[in-house]
Design a protein around this ligand. Structure first.
Ligand SMILES: Nc1ncnc2c1ncn2[C@@H]1O[C@H](COP(=O)(O)OP(=O)(O)O)[C@@H](O)[C@H]1O
Ligand SMILES: [Mg+2]
Length: 372
């Protein structure tokens, strides 16, 4: 097949960066999104429609060689219709597993991975039992549809649990022990299957700092032992094999007392992998497109030993201020500024940890100077 077309469900920045990475491979892109302002429209044709409109979705994928997601919550009924027409990756199993926090945690346990103590909350009575069993402090999270810390409440006192649950709509939740972590890390990995043979690779483990529940910076490699980094890679391989996964995915972990605890996974390219655009031989976006097209993966090796990313949230900086620092690579998503909204990121790379920390500090300063 010489010319391929890939359809992407969701037209946000992830879709945009997937198309930017896949276009040099001779692949065309189109997007489906409920918003006519979806920022991926700059890099491919945009179809505007709702996720439950199976007919519109079927028309959208007509002529596509492969379909993938940047938005994981497409209703099952729509997916049923799509899968009868075209290859959709990652699989239903991967989406179903990762879109429900309880199912996801049980899956990790079945893979032999350590998770924080947790309990299911479907009623006020179950909440009381969950808090009594898991203890405080804990964190209540909606089972589905949460992202960037949305739909979460910390519970420090058992008496405050019911009001916390009501404040997130008294919907089905997971209640987890609050992990006193030393670090948060994530692994971004890729798996493809070419003529029946699976190929797996992973980027170096990233170390993540969040602000107000939103990822702020990623530094890679994470400052953990080689043994722990290898354990994270092995966990990713196990998860990928169990799900017969095709594409890029990420697993987020807590590191507490030298132990790796799995928090959650994302069945898609991940914010903590944005550094790979300039930092790795093959970016996470290109590898995802390769995988969903049934092509071999490119190397996940970093070009320089140290890499970092800082997110731009809630503002759009003037490029002049950021580009004044020749070490900074700027990625703006073409989105209007809104509180808590990711509008871009900056990547930096370096030969040493010290040089990287300096570059990262400069990038953050440049952002502050551009009133970001
Ligand atoms: N059980 C926990 N213990 C400690 N911190 C947590 C816990 N769960 C979530 N957090 C914090 O909140 C952030 C967002 O939670 P997460 O489970 O990753 O949901 P999402 O990224 O889907 O919003 C985490 O990166 C972490 O900083
Ligand atoms: Mg998360």
């Amino acid at each position: 097949m010489s010319e391929r077309t890939v359809g992407i469900l969701g037209g946000g920045q992830l879709g945009r960066m997937l198309a930017l990475a896949g276009t040099p491979l001779g692949i065309r892109f189109r997007f489906f999104d409920p918003s006519p302002d979806a920022c991926a429209r700059d890099v491919g044709a945009l179809t505007v429609g709702t996720w439950d409109d199976a007919n519109a979705l079927c028309r959208f994928v007509h002529g596509c060689d492969a379909v993938t997601f940047e938005f994981e919550n497409v209703p099952a009924s729509s997916l049923d219709a799509l899968e009868s027409i075209v290859r959709v990756q990652p699989s239903r199993l991967a989406l179903a597993t990762s879109s429900d926090r309880i199912r996801e945690k049980r899956f990790f346990q079945s893979c032999g991975l350590a998770v924080q103590p947790f309990a299911e909350v479907g009623s006020a009575a179950e909440l009381d039992i969950a808090v009594a069993t898991v203890g405080v402090p804990g964190i209540l999270k909606t089972r589905t549809l949460g992202y960037d810390g949305k739909g979460q409440r910390i519970v420090r006192d058992a008496r405050a649990a019911q009001s916390a649950w009501e404040s997130i709509g008294a919907v089905p939740c997971i209640y987890e022990a609050l992990v006193p972590f030393d670090r948060e890390v994530s692994i971004v990995a890729a798996r493809t299957v070419v003529e029946g043979a699976a190929q797996f690779d992973a980027y170096p483990l990233g170390e993540n700092v969040h602000r107000d529940g939103i990822l702020h910076t990623t530094i890679t490699p994470a400052r953990v032992s080689d043994a722990l980094a290898l354990q994270a890679r092995d966990a990713a391989r196990t998860v990928a094999e169990q799900l017969n996964y095709v594409g890029v995915f990420a697993i987020e972990f807590f590191v507490a007392d030298g132990i790796l605890i799995v928090n959650e996974m994302a069945p898609r390219v991940h914010n903590s992998g944005h550094w790979t655009i300039e930092g790795a031989v093959t970016s996470q976006f290109e590898n995802h497109i390769r995988a969903v097209c049934g092509l071999p993966l490119g190397s996940c090796a970093p070009k320089l030993p140290w890499n970092a990313m800082v997110n731009i949230v809630g503002c759009v900086p003037s490029p002049e201020k950021i580009l004044a620092d020749p070490a900074c690579k700027l990625h703006l998503y073409g989105k209007a500024a809104r509180a808590g909204r990711k509008t871009g990121h900056i990547n930096v790379s370096a030969q040493s940890e010290r040089a990287l920390i300096e570059s990262l500090a400069q990038a953050e300063q440049a952002l502050a100077h551009s009133s970001c």
